[in-house]
Ligand binder design. Structure first.
Ligand code: HEM
Length: 515
C-alpha cells in the first residue's frame, strides 16, 4: 500500500516537474518565443483546449488578435494569422520542390474505418487522386444534373412546412430541424442513392442525429492528441461523457457502409446521375480509382460536409434576416419581384440576384460555417508567412470567425449589413477588406462543394422566402450569441438544451397570402 502511495507521489512530482520545465522552455527557449501572445497560452495548450471544449474557441482567438495584432501565438507551437496574404501562403498551392503544408492531424479526425478520406488525405499524392475522382461528382456539369433532384426535395420541404404551418396555426417549432431535414435528405439521396426520409417522416433519422451530435465530441478527441501525457485520462472522461454518442457513431458508420454497398450493388442510379455513377465513370480513366474502404470513408464525410454546413448557413441567414427587418424586406422584395411562380426559380436565375448573394456573403462573414482556423503544419525548413519566418513544426492557420469579425478588416464588424457586398453599397464600406472572406478556404484543399453549396443556399432561401412570411419569436432574439462553436457550430437546440435557440419556442410562419 505504502509502495503505491510512494509511486503515485513520484508520478505526481514528475508530472509537475515536466509541466514547470515545459513552461520555462516554451516561454524562454522555444523558436516561437518572440511572437506575441499571453503567458499562459504561449506556455501551455490548456487555454486553447479549454476554449475549444467549451465551444468558445473563435472568441478566444478573436480576443487574442484584438489584443496582440495580426499574428498571435495561441498555443506554444501554434500561430494564428489574420492577414489576407496568409491565406495563400498557408493554404495555397506550392511548387513541386516545396511540399504543401499538411493538415495538423491533432485537430482532424480520421473516419471510423481508419482509412483517410479526402479531407484528411495524408499526402498530396493520395489527396490528388481522391480529389480527381470525387470532383467529378461536384463539377459544373454534375451541378446541372443535381438541380432537378434538389428542386424536388425543396418542393417537398415547402409542402411539409406549409402543412405544418396550417396545422399549427402559423407556428412551426425549430426551423433549424427543417433545414437539416432538407439538406440531409438531398445529400443522402445523392451520395447513397436513397434518402433517409427526414422530410417524409418529419423527424430526424438516427443516422443524421448522430452525425450532428458527434460534432461536440470532436474537441475532446482532439484534446487527447494535443495533450498526449493526459491522453489516458481524457479518453476515460470521453468514454464517460460520450459513451452513447460513440456507440451510436459506430452503428451509424455501419449503416452508411451498408447503404453505399447496396447502392454499389445496383449498377444504375435512379432518375439522375448520383455520386456513385460519377465515381464509376471515373474508373474508365486509367489509374483513377478509390478503394472500397476509401469510398466508405468518403461517403459518410461527404454527407456531413454537404449538409451540416448548409443548415448552419441557412439558419444563420434566416436568423439575421429576421433580426434585421430592413434586409428581410429588401430580400423578399427582390425574390418576389423576380419570380411570379415557384417553378420559375432556378439555379441560373438565382445567380443573378445581387441582394441574395450579398445576404449569403454577409452571413458567411458574420457566422462562417467553419468558425475556427483549419490548422496546417509548417514543413521542416520553415516557411515565410505574412513576412515572418516561421520555423518547421509550427501549426498555423487563418481563423474564419475571428478574422471576419475584426474591425481591422470590416467597418462595424458585428453588424449584419449585406449592403457592404453590393457594388456602390456605400462610402462606409470602401475600406472593407473583402478578400479576407474565404469561407470555402483556398488552394488545392479548398471546398469541393462550393458551387453546389451556393446553388443550394440560394434555392432553399429564395423558395422559402418567396412562399412564406416569417417572423422571429421574441425568445429567439440573441440566438446567434448563444451558440457554441466547435469544428462546426453546435446549433441544435435539442442537443445543447438552449431553449432560446432559433425556432425552439416556435419561430415562424404564417403562410404568405398568395391568392
Ligand atoms: C456553406 C457551405 C460550405 C462551406 C462554408 C464549406 C467550407 C469548407 C472548408 C472551409 C473546407 C476546407 C477544410 C479544410 O481545410 O480542412 C471544405 C472542404 C471540403 N468541402 Fe466544403 N463547405 C461547404 C459545403 C460543402 C458541400 C455542399 C460539399 C459537398 C459535398 C462540400 C464538400 C467539401 C469537401 C469534399 C471538402 C474537402 C476538400 C479537399 O480536402 O480536397 N462542402 N469545405
Amino acid at each position: 500500500m505504502g509502495y503505491l502511495v510512494q509511486a503515485s507521489q513520484y508520478i505526481a512530482y514528475t508530472l509537475v516537474l515536466y509541466f514547470i520545465l515545459s513552461v520555462i522552455y516554451n516561454r524562454y527557449f522555444h523558436p516561437l518565443r518572440d511572437y506575441p501572445g499571453p503567458f499562459l497560452a504561449s506556455t501551455t495548450r490548456l487555454p486553447y483546449i479549454t476554449a475549444y471544449v467549451q465551444g468558445t474557441g473563435p472568441q478566444f482567438v478573436r480576443a487574442l488578435h484584438d489584443r496582440y495584432g495580426n499574428v498571435v501565438r495561441i498555443a506554444p507551437d501554434e500561430l494564428s494569422f489574420r492577414d489576407v496574404t496568409a491565406w495563400m501562403e498557408i493554404y495555397g498551392a506550392r511548387s513541386s520542390s516545396k511540399p504543401s503544408l499538411l493538415k495538423d492531424m491533432r485537430f482532424y479526425n480520421v473516419s471510423r474505418n481508419g482509412v483517410p478520406n479526402l479531407v484528411v488525405a495524408p499526402t498530396d499524392e493520395i489527396h490528388k487522386r481522391q480529389r480527381r475522382i470525387i470532383s467529378r461528382a461536384f463539377s459544373d456539369a454534375a451541378l446541372k444534373d443535381q438541380e432537378p433532384l434538389l428542386q424536388s426535395y425543396v418542393d417537398l420541404f415547402l409542402d411539409r412546412l406549409d402543412e405544418r404551418a396550417k396545422t399549427t396555426n402559423g407556428r412551426v417549432t425549430n426551423i433549424l430541424e427543417w433545414f437539416h431535414f432538407v439538406t440531409f435528405d438531398f445529400m443522402t439521396e445523392y451520395i447513397f442513392g436513397e434518402s433517409f426520409s427526414c422530410l417524409q417522416n418529419c423527424e430526424y433519422h438516427p443516422w443524421v442525429r448522430v452525425i450532428i451530435d458527434t460534432i461536440k465530441a470532436w474537441p475532446v478527441i482532439s484534446s487527447a492528441k494535443y495533450l498526449p501525457t493526459l491522453a489516458p485520462l481524457i479518453q476515460i472522461i470521453a468514454l464517460f461523457f460520450y459513451r452513447d454518442i460513440l456507440r451510436r457513431r459506430r452503428e451509424s458508420f455501419q449503416l452508411g457502409l451498408s447503404k453505399i454497398r447496396k447502392r454499389l450493388a445496383r449498377q444504375e442510379s435512379g432518375h439522375y446521375p448520383d455520386f456513385i455513377s460519377h465515381v464509376h465513370a471515373s474508373k474508365k480513366i486509367r489509374e483513377l480509382s478509390l478503394t472500397q474502404e476509401e469510398l466508405d470513408s468518403n461517403s459518410s464525410f461527404l454527407v456531413l460536409a454537404g449538409s451540416e454546413t448548409l443548415s448552419t448557413s441557412l439558419s444563420g441567414c434566416t436568423y439575421y434576416l429576421l433580426a434585421n427587418q430592413d434586409s428581410y424586406t429588401k430580400l423578399t422584395n427582390e425574390i418576389r419581384q423576380s419570380f411570379s411562380s415557384l417553378s420559375e426559380i432556378s439555379f441560373a436565375k438565382l445567380a443573378q440576384l445581387p441582394y441574395l448573394d450579398a445576404v449569403i456573403n454577409e452571413t458567411f462573414r458574420i457566422r462562417p460555417p467553419a468558425p475556427l482556423g483549419m490548422p496546417r503544419c509548417v514543413p521542416s525548413g520553415g516557411s515565410i508567412i505574412s513576412g515572418h519566418y516561421i520555423p518547421g513544426g509550427t501549426t498555423v492557420s487563418v481563423p474564419h470567425w475571428a478574422s471576419y469579425r475584426s474591425s481591422h478588416h470590416f467597418t462595424d464588424p458585428d453588424e449584419f449589413i449585406p449592403e457592404r457586398w453590393l457594388r456602390g453599397g456605400g462610402e462606409r464600406f470602401v475600406n472593407d477588406n473583402k478578400d479576407i472572406l474565404q469561407p470555402f478556404s483556398v488552394g488545392p484543399r479548398n471546398c469541393l462543394g462550393r458551387s453546389l453549396a451556393l446553388a443550394e443556399l440560394r434555392l432553399i432561401l429564395a423558395k422559402t422566402l418567396w412562399k412564406f412570411d416569417m417572423e422571429l419569436c421574441e425568445g429567439s432574439f440573441g440566438w446567434d450569441m448563444k451558440q457554441r462553436a466547435f469544428v462546426a457550430w453546435d446549433n441544435t437546440p435539442l442537443m445543447d438544451g438552449l431553449s432560446s435557440s432559433l425556432g425552439d419556442k416556435g419561430e415562424f410562419l404564417s403562410r404568405r397570402d398568395m391568392q
